[in-house]
Ligand binder design. Structure first.
Ligand SMILES: [Zn+2]
Length: 71
């Protein structure tokens, strides 16, 4: 099986990004047959957004509230 560089249009911002043969091969080795839908920037932004909303910020607030209660 051979892999080739491929241009994909990001479903979020519409930018054309390259899904390289190397990434393609990496995906396939992980058993992933779906191509990425978003450019690397949008994928990164999504990850940070999700973490910001449900992770770090919430736990930070909870910690802050707890530490105040126990003092
Ligand atoms: Zn994008």
């Amino acid at each position: 099986m051979s892999f080739q560089d491929k241009s994909i249009e990001c479903s979020d911002c519409g930018a054309i990004f390259t899904f390289t043969a190397r990434e393609n091969k990496f995906f396939a080795s992980k058993g992933l047959t779906n191509e990425p839908r978003r450019c690397p920037q949008c994928r990164k932004a999504k990850r940070q957004q999700r973490r910001g909303l449900s992770g770090d910020w919430t736990s930070y607030v909870n910690r802050a509230m707890l530490s105040r209660e126990y003092r």
